[in-house]
Design a protein around this ligand. Sequence first.
Ligand SMILES: [Fe+2]
Length: 318
Amino acid sequence: MSMNIIERVSQLLHPAECTEDESEAEIRFSQLLASLMVMAWFVEARDPYTGGHLWRVSQYARLLAEAGKLDSAEVARISLGGFLHDLGKIGVPDAILRKPASLSDEEYAVIKTHPEMGMHMLAGHPLAGLIKNAVYLHHERPDGLGYPRGLTFENIPLEARIVGVCDAFDAMTSHRPYRAGMPLERALGIVSEGLGRQFDPNFGRLLIELGETGQLDHIRGHSDDGIPLLSCPMCGPTLAIRREQLPGEHVYCRNCGGEFVLVDDERALSAEPTGRCGTPTDLQTVVDEVLIARSVETAVRAMPARELMQRQLSAARV
Ligand SMILES: [Fe+2]
């Protein structure tokens, strides 16, 4: 039988010949972290239409947490929360998620169930405590007009406030097939107007500073490190390419079904339309286990396992 993703990640993280001084607990912990990230990858694999939203939100959240001088374990935890924040969107029907027109009240009510759904998906996971606030509370607002609880500023955990402003900024600056993303200045202007009401004032201000000084440019409009979102001529910038993909590979626009071939463009890959449309099989969600395992391995390696374990133990005690 072929290996599953967790086994693959485990093998990459802890090769048999490795004699590093790692405790059983640390190995187990990094396997659990990997399993959380794999869950997020499934959401992204199913809906690549949002072209790297989870990756961007986790990167923005990391930068904000660093700019706020939080310690490295807290930075890693908040970034992980950013990566998983929309886990529950997998339970929202495509017809609503992808609806090009504005939503009816009933449809919006369904969208609003995703934080709760995310919590259900995490329930019982041994590391849920690290990220549950980011998943459950990222749509709360300091003025109490958010959901699902309508909490006010002092009752919204820090990580949820950070992920909240990053999520909104990414939604504003991302293109959708039915509308272009806002220019940076406009999105930063909206964040500025919403400080203290819709957005955390301190982290909102930090986001504005980072945006104005060009420090978000490598994330905005990208779907991975060094990989700009590519444009489908029919749909706009919705082709999310990952750095593991190779020239010559075919990719498909998940919105209109157009086929593209990846070509090496010296600095980055670009996609050229072949003029054909993908078959239903081509357009099926591909869960590339090797690619996911490698990405998860890199991310887990970058996390301070020991400190996060402490964080998890104290979260479990609360
Ligand atoms: Fe959300």
